[in-house]
Design a protein around this ligand. Structure first.
Ligand SMILES: [Zn+2]
Ligand SMILES: [Zn+2]
Ligand SMILES: [Zn+2]
Length: 991
């Protein structure tokens, strides 16, 4: 019977069903073992001592001597008390917890009854004691025996469903054993007469015994079958082999349970296979070690033995162990792997036992299944080693072959020329084959070839759970249209890359652990492909993942970290999809993209890099999308040297440097990102760069929002830029961006600051709620502002200082706390067609030798006045409409109030200011005209000029004099400033 079908059938059984196994009809199929074993079984007639065949190779040599001493059945319990036997069995089984550890140890050759019973308990079988259900009076036995009903022919039919239901040969084997007359009339001491026994005591044990045997024989059989204590029975059974046990299990329910004892089978199993734990061939054709506790089988040792029974063993000098004529055991055992393959046919199952197999290069062209067999660490104890040819080669024809649990070593003579082994590898898989290589340890000393080479069309291996480490070249090399699946491998400390994928190779690699390589972790190049999922790639000396020269891998759910350079390096027309990876803690950038490469970087977490997050340079491209980029030491995204990526929907935050850094002619489309909480600028644009930034949210930075400097250009459109500790946008030193449709608010140092020769076109922006100024134009800068709305500033609307220029057209400037437009210190802007209104101070103020061209502006409803010109200032004014301003300064002067009442010390109303020589101690104090008239009446005074001051007299900053106008600000001024002190009630008394 093919073992595969046995496997499939037995797999369908669940542990639930085993609960019903107390019925004999539920006895599991004995499968291959019983099926093939019992055909030629003559076991019933074999005297027990002979069955204890001695195993020359097993560790149980002591069995030889000890077995002779126990060759006769142990004496029955004194008095034959069933009750006593019960108690013994119960006591033994109750010790199972303490002896369960014994179960894990290599089985002692001679089984001592207490541990047997204990193990029985731990192998899912309840402690057996059918005697409990037996008639206890000996008279009943006698009466049963005297019935003598002949039942021989029907015995196997109803009592052997185990073999009859599953394997007809087994049934035939058993029934032949029963039907044939006992080859030797059972002598009184021979236990063989028990075999034809019934499961019920009232039935006669056999016609033969009833006819020809003395009643004493029947009593002996009865005694063996029902009354001998379990531990004694198990000791007897321990001398039997697998086929004998299968037969015994057909005798009666008690034997069935005893003969399925886990410990018995474990002993047999471990002598044949050496495994510490049962090995199973699973449905996918691979082999797995399964712990007894995790097994779905009641007796995993027996099930494994059945599965693997047809195997050929490569075990030097142990042939005798696998062949035993008495028990019918006939397992093939040879001395070399080559011999096993040559006699195995197309589909041999070969167990290679612990040894070092040197110089035997293995070429596999069929469906051989080769499995290491050893105790302890299996693979470490089964070593294949060569020094010239590849250690193992799979070639065409090996479609379903398997190699598992061995060590492969390729150890070329490093002193010789490299040439002889440069085309040779530890493991080589060629075209049109699909072997599985599993749980192998792979070590190559070749400096000129990979440890594992998979090449050629149709090369589709499964390589899993292997350890490819400490090799002197690449660990795993997949090339030339090969594919295959590579899972759960350990690939570490190799001299070159952990993995190479090249030339249209397209492997699937999952859950590999690739680390501490002395080169990159994974290198895909020359049009290599591949799907890489959930690999852990770290601590490699170069990048974790390198893509070069047309390679196009897909990398998902990998963790790429602690690289000694970068995380991912894509260059020379590299492509690739990097999706949902964790890229962190690398020494250089998390991702490098350069030299016309165009990868897709999506939904990754890129963080804690010792340099930047994503670094695109040297004409790199790429789609950088939906990533979470944070906590990197340099910029979250750096775009440089003619690179032109698309950067969308990322979160770029909490960097120790800037968010996005575009420099040296960098380009890029940067859209809908959220850039926030970075230590330096949210976005830096410099040195000839021209990126396009659209619909980003750039906020909460610890410096500037968007920073254009040193010829930074580009377009800034429809962004929200807010809550920066410096200004929202800064433009300086030759930068000339287009800034259109943005909302810029909450800047602590202004909304937009243009200075040091900055240019720029600002159009249709909303600039509001900024401190200092909505827009600063300073120091020789010359921007153009068109159709912006600049409002609700916490200070001025537009402040033009220090030689600032600028063209301001059609802007609406309103509701600002200070002047709508302040033009000062040698500045020379042009203002056309602006509307400047509803300001809480003046509309336009021109001072400090500034000039200006003011044409067609409308200036209205500003509190201090419309156009306020300081002494000596002569702007060019043409066709401005200045109307309905509140002229609060004029009115205060007329009303004899101190101007401090309307300005406080935070505002600078423009009017005539004086100095009092009598009171002044410094040149910096200015006094309003009404204080001069009142507080300083009769003092020596001096007109300073018409300009922007607040009144020091009213502010009571003059040490020698108390202002008589009590110039605390009036109630409405404190609404201008959060920072103003609440107005005290006594100021109301003044009015
Ligand atoms: Zn005053
Ligand atoms: Zn005064
Ligand atoms: Zn004075």
């Amino acid at each position: 019977m093919p073992s595969a079908s046995v496997t499939a059938r037995s797999r369908t059984r669940s542990k639930r069903r085993t609960l019903r196994r107390t019925e004999v009809t539920e006895e599991p199929e004995s499968g291959g073992v019983a099926g093939c074993a019992i055909q030629d079984v003559v076991a019933p007639s074999i005297p027990l001592p002979l069955l204890a065949s001695n195993n020359p190779c097993s560790s149980g040599n002591s069995l030889v001597s000890s077995s002779s001493s126990s060759s006769s059945p142990p004496p029955p319990p004194v008095g034959g008390s069933n009750g006593e036997g019960n108690m013994a069995a119960t006591a033994s089984s109750s010790s199972s917890s303490t002896s369960s550890t014994l179960n894990r140890e290599p089985s002692p050759p001679l089984i001592h009854p207490p541990s047997i019973v204990a193990v029985t308990g731990s192998c899912h079988q309840p402690p057996y004691d059918l005697r409990r259900k037996q008639p206890t009076s000996s008279s009943l036995f006698v009466s049963h025996l005297s019935e003598n009903s002949p039942q021989t022919g029907t015995v196997p039919a109803h009592s052997h469903p185990c073999c009859g239901g599953s394997a007809t040969e087994a049934a035939a084997g058993c029934s032949s054993g029963v039907n044939s007359p006992s080859p030797a009339p059972p002598s009184p001491e021979s236990p063989s007469s028990m075999l034809p026994a019934r499961k019920r005591p009232r039935k006669c044990t056999s016609t033969l015994s009833s006819d020809s045997c003395e009643s004493g024989t029947s009593v002996a059989a009865q005694y063996l079958q029902y009354e001998l204590p379990d531990e004694v029975m198990l000791t007897i059974f321990s001398y039997l082999k697998e086929k004998d046990l299968c037969c015994l299990s057909h005798v009666c329910k008690r034997f069935q349970i005893l003969a399925n004892d886990c410990k018995l089978w474990k002993t047999i199993y471990q002598r044949l296979f050496e495994y510490d734990l049962p090995m199973f061939r699973n449905t996918s054709g691979t082999f797995d070690v399964v712990s007894v506790d995790d097994s779905e089988y009641e007796n995993p040792w027996k099930m494994s033995l059945m599965q693997l029974y047809k195997g050929i063993h490569v075990r030097e000098g142990c042939k005798d162990m696998y062949i035993d004529n008495l028990s019918g055991r006939n397992i093939v055992c040879v001395d070399s792997i080559g011999a096993a393959i040559s006699i195995g046919g197309d589909n041999p199952l070969i167990f290679v036992h612990a040894n070092k197999y040197v110089g035997e290069s293995l070429v596999i062209d069929n469906n051989a299944e080769i499995v290491g067999a050893a105790c302890g660490n299996i693979a470490e104890n089964v070593v294949f080693e060569t020094d010239r040819e590849s250690t193992v080669v799979f070639v065409e024809g090996s479609l379903n072959s398997y190699l598992g649990y061995v060590t492969l070593k390729f150890s070329p003579d490093l002193g010789a020329s490299n040439a002889p082994h440069q085309r040779h590898y530890c493991l080589e898989i060629k075209e049109n084959c699909s072997p599985t290589v599993d749980h192998c340890v792979i070590r190559s000393q070749s400096t000129v070839g990979a440890a594992v080479c998979v090449s050629g069309a149709g090369s589709e291996p499964v390589i899993k759970c292997c350890d490819i480490s400490d090799c002197e070249n690449v660990g795993l090399y997949v090339t030339d249209h090969a594919s295959g699946t590579y899972e759960d491998n350990e690939i570490s400390r190799n001299a070159l890359a952990g993995i190479w994928v090249k030339n249209h190779a397209n492997p699937i690699m999952r859950r590999n652990h690739i680390h501490h390589g002395r080169d990159v972790g994974i290198f895909t190049f020359d049009n290599g492909l591949g799907y890489f999922e959930s690999n852990n790639i770290h601590n490699n000396r170069i990048a974790g993942f390198e893509v070069k020269a047309g390679a196009n891998p897909t990398v998902v759910h990998c963790e790429i970290h602690h690289g000694q350079t970068g995380g991912i390096y894509v260059h020379e027309n590299g492509q690739g999809q990097f999706i949902e990876n964790q890229i962190h803690s690398n020494n250089f950038a998390g991702v490098w993209v350069t030299s016309n490469s165009n990868p897709t970087i999506r939904r990754n977490e890129i963080y804690n890099g010792h340099q930047g997050g994503v670094y695109i340079f040297g004409e790199g491209r790429g789609l950088i999308e939906h990533n979470n980029i944070y906590g990197n030491a340099l910029a979250g995204i750096q775009i440089r040297t003619n690179s032109d990526p698309i950067v969308r929907h990322n979160k770029i935050h909490h960097g120790q440097h800037g968010g996005v850094y575009v420099h040296e002619k960098g380009n890029g489309l940067i859209e809908e990102n959220e850039v926030y909480a970075n230590s330096l600028a949210g976005v830096w644009i410099t040195t000839g760069s021209t990126p396009v930034l659209r619909r980003n949210r750039i906020h909460s930075g610890k410096q500037v929002g968007v920073y254009f400097y040193d010829n930074g250009h580009g377009r800034l459109e429809d962004n929200d830029i807010f809550n920066h500790l410096y200004s929202g946008v800064q433009i300086r030193t030759g930068s000339n961006p287009v800034i259109r449709g943005n909302k810029i608010w909450g800047g602590q140092n202004g909304g937009v600051l243009v200075y040091n020769g900055g240019l720029g076109l600002l159009e249709n922006n909303e600039i509001f709620d900024n401190a200092m100024a909505g827009v600063w134009i300073k120091t020789d800068s010359n921007p153009t502002l068109k159709r912006n709305k600049i409002y609700d500033g916490r200070d001025g609307g537009i402040c033009i200082f220090n030689g600032g220029k600028g063209i301001l057209e059609e802007n609406d400037i309103c509701r600002n706390a200070q002047a709508g437009v302040l033009i000062s210190t040698q500045s020379h802007p042009v203002l056309r067609k602006n509307r400047i209104f509803d300001g809480h101070a003046a509309g336009i103020e021109v001072t400090n030798n500034a000039t200006a061209t003011l044409e067609h502006n409308q200036i209205f409803n500003n509190r201090f006045g419309g156009l306020c010109l300081a002494s000596g200032v002569h702007p060019t004014c043409r066709a401005n409409k200045i109307f309905k301003n509140q002229d609060a300064v004029e009115k205060a002067v007329k009303n004899g109030q101190c101007l401090y009442k309307i300005s406080s010390y935070t505002s600078f109303p423009m009017h005539d200011f004086y100095r009092c020589r009598t009171c002044n101690t410094t040149d910096r104090n200015a006094i309003c005209v009404n204080c001069i008239k009142t507080c300083h009446h009769g003092h020596e005074i001096e007109f300073i000029r018409h300009d922007r001051f607040f009144c020091d007299c009213g502010a009571n900053t003059l040490e020698s004099l108390q202002c008589q106008l009590q110039g605390e600000p009036t109630a409405d001024t404190d609404t201008l400033y959060d920072s103003s002190q609440p107005t005290e009630s006594h100021t109301l008394m003044v009015n």
